[in-house]
Design a protein around this ligand. Sequence first.
Ligand code: CTP
Ligand code: MG
Length: 226
Amino acid sequence: MKYTVMIPAAGSGKRMGAGQNKLFLEIGGQSILYHTIGVFQDDPYCNEIILAVRPDEQPIIQGILEQHGGSKTITFVEGGDERQNSVAACIEAYKGDGIVLVHDAARPFIDLSLIRELVHTAHEKGAAIAAVRAKDTIKIVENSMVKQTLNRERLWMIQTPQAFRYELLKEASEAAIQDNFLGTDESMLVERLGHSVQIVESSYDNVKMTTQEDLALGEILLERRK
Ligand code: CTP
Ligand code: MG
């Protein structure tokens, strides 16, 4: 089943501390952004790629796209101050319907089987998100004191891609804007409408390149994929 992907790429990568958008840092000699976009360029089921970027970075990103090649329609939109605003700009720019995926540009290690399952589940249920089981015990802490230990059996670490019927995502995004609600993922926006969201079990390889250690891990993951 066909889908469109919305990719927020307009961050600054503060936690990476590279003094530039972390998406331009390289793994295996190619930028993080190159790897992420490549997955969708090479997926015959991907119809269109909508990219939220900082306008001053668009020329560099266009260069990265040309390097990879591919025949997909790429639509650029201007990113916002927060990730959610960048995704909202993508949602607003989209002209079609059907299933859309939201995927962080900073997660280059996704595979097609995960995408297939997310798209299929979102088509059936409306919303489906990638997640892995929490490995560590997670506690709620206040002023360095443990307040509560959560039951690990029920805890999942949420990733992207997150897949939605477009109409549902649009409604959720517009409601969040209306209510000045800022979430940390798109699922939260759909949850607050009272709509159910299905988990699709993903892989621990689907890491978000966030800090320097992640780059070293990225090199290993890329090597393993070859
Ligand atoms: N993003 C975006 N617009 C923003 C902030 C983030 O499009 N205003 C994008 C990033 O480019 C990234 C994804 O959202 O692909 C996930 O965000 P994150 O990993 O937090 O990246 P940054 O915000 O760039 O990093 P940091 O939080 O360390 O500054
Ligand atoms: Mg961020």
